[in-house]
Ligand binder design. Structure first.
Ligand code: ADP
Length: 500
């Protein structure tokens, strides 16, 4: 066999019955029925018609037996054939169609055999038998094995009946047998080949179906794999995007941290240079004038030198205090300590402090305070020390940078916030400098103002304190007209009974 068809050889069918040994047989019978039952129906109609038309031969050839023959044709065989034809329209036909055909085959054959033995010398009827064989093997779609059994059974029946009939010559029987056996052999051969061919087709059809299923399975697997991979790829892509975005953010943070570090480094160096200069100035003043004390010519001069020493000492103390505060903030050890106290007593304390301030006294500034609540209503809870320090810083600035006029400070109090203001009629700050006023390490040098004793740290420290306490500060100022610094602070109120 051609190797291309080698696999068909392994179809594994029974050589005699042609049956498949397994479930394929059931499937094949379904398949065979599907492919054959239309042809079966038509063949039954045709066979029935032929069987009827051959009645005409009875009329021509066997007038004396015509009635019996017609009875066989029209009352026995034809009803059987037509019944099978009509049964072919019901659903259950599929389950017994081969058996029905086998049965009708035998009925039709018996009809002809009857005619042959009644008219043994009339070969017309023997030819009829050949037609039966022919129809059985190749026409009505009876399977090979059943067609063969039916064929040979008909031959045997004919022989049994014919041999028992006294009026039939042996040679006549033998002649018929020659044809009948020949016809059956040829028919079997044809039917065998036809059925093997059908089964081979079916077998290939099964294999193709299986291959198709395999391909579909592979395809669906492939699709799933592609889908999975695509998902994975998209995920990786997104991760990569996120990673890139994250790195960009980190890079930007690093750059800005570096810039900040550089800036802070610069500011720190500048600050240190300033500080050493600032510290040296009052120190020189103190040491210089202390040395001069001995050489003072009169009491007035002595007092003047002592004043200078005290002033420089104060300034140095302020400076050192600022530096200490700043280092505490830097080190993160500065803590807010809340206590409850009467705000009006604090403003009074500060007022008294500044009423004697040398700036106020020397420049005859009018200092006023404006309490926003009665003494009783001015109890609050916050960090008193820090608040005092903030107020001192701001009022100190106000009196420092005001040559003439007034400095007023006061507050308003609502349920949640304390709002303080410090207003002066001083030199004012231009807009450009207002922006940087609160920056740490940033000493604002105003070109248009005379240099005052200051550290350049007061506002930065003030703002940091306020931030730690949850507050905020802002400034409104106009050059040569004055400034108003105002800050808000969230406060709580104590239960008045608990206050000692
Ligand atoms: P300093 O110790 O130098 O006063 P601050 O941080 O307290 O440092 O203030 C920074 C700068 O802001 C001051 O040098 C001054 O030029 C300006 N400034 C602060 N307060 C006032 C004010 N009330 N009027 C005008 N200028 C002010």
């Amino acid at each position: 066999m051609n190797p291309k068809f080698a696999h068909i050889k392994h179809m594994d069918i029974n050589k005699l019955t042609l049956n498949f040994p397994d479930d394929r047989e059931r499937k094949f019978r379904d398949y065979y029925f599907e492919n054959s039952h239309a042809a079966t129906r038509i063949s039954f109609v045709l066979v029935a018609l032929l069987y009827s038309f051959f009645g005409y031969l009875d009329y021509v050839m066997a007038r004396e037996n015509m009635v019996l023959f017609w009875e066989i044709r029209f009352f026995v065989v034809l009803p059987v054939l037509l019944t099978v034809f009509f049964l072919s329209f019901i659903k259950a036909f599929k389950f017994f169609w081969q058996e029905l055909m086998f049965f009708s085959y035998l009925v039709a054959a018996m009809g002809i055999i009857t005619m042959i033995v009644i008219l043994p010398n009339d070969f017309v009827y023997s030819n009829g038998m050949l037609l039966i064989f022919f129809a059985g093997y190749v026409f009505i779609k009876l399977r090979f094995i059943l067609a063969s059994i039916a064929g040979w059974l008909s031959v045997i029946i004919y022989n049994v009946i014919a041999l028992n009939m006294a009026n039939i010559e042996f040679t006549t029987i033998l002649t018929n047998d020659f044809f009948f056996v020949g016809a059956n052999l040829i028919g079997m051969f044809a039917a065998y080949n036809a059925e093997v061919f059908d089964r081979r087709n079916f077998y290939l059809y099964l294999q193709i179906a299986q291959k198709n299923r395999d391909i579909e399975y592979i395809n669906s697997n492939l699709e799933k794999t592609v889908e999975r991979r695509t998902k994975l790829l998209n995920m990786r892509n997104e991760e990569l995007h996120n990673e890139v975005a994250r790195r960009i953010v980190i890079e930007q943070e690093l750059i800005s941290a570096k810039e900040k570090a550089e800036q802070s480094d610069k500011l720190k160096s500048a600050f240190l240079t300033n500080m050493s200069h600032e510290i040296r100035t009052p120190m020189n003043g103190i040491i210089g004038f202390a040395n001069l004390l001995r050489e003072a010519e009169n009491e007035e001069e002595l007092n003047e030198f002592i004043d200078i020493i005290i002033k420089n000492g104060d300034h140095l103390l302020n400076l050192i205090n600022d530096i200490i505060d700043l280092s505490k903030i830097e080190a993160g050890i500065l803590q807010i300590q809340n206590s409850s106290f009467m705000l009006n007593s604090l403003t009074k304390e500060i007022y008294t402090l500044f009423a004697n301030n040398h700036n106020v006294v020397e420049k005859r500034l009018s200092l006023s305070k404006n309490d926003g609540a009665s003494d009783d209503d001015s109890y609050i809870i916050t960090d008193r020390t820090r608040l005092k320090q903030i107020l001192i810083n701001l009022i100190n600035n106000a009196v420092k940078y005001t040559e003439k006029g007034s400095v007023e400070f006061g507050y308003t109090l609502d349920n949640e916030y304390l709002e303080f203001y410090i207003q002066d009629t001083g030199i004012g700050i231009d807009e450009e400098h207002q922006e940087h006023l609160f920056e740490r390490f940033m000493q604002v040098t105003l070109d248009n103002t005379p240099k005052k004793e200051g550290t350049g740290l007061g506002l930065a420290i003030t703002k940091t304190y306020l931030k730690m306490m949850g507050g905020n500060i802002k400034v409104r100022s106009k050059l040569k007209a004055g400034s108003t610094f105002s800050f808000t602070l969230p406060v709580e109120f104590p239960n008045k009974q608990n206050i000692g």
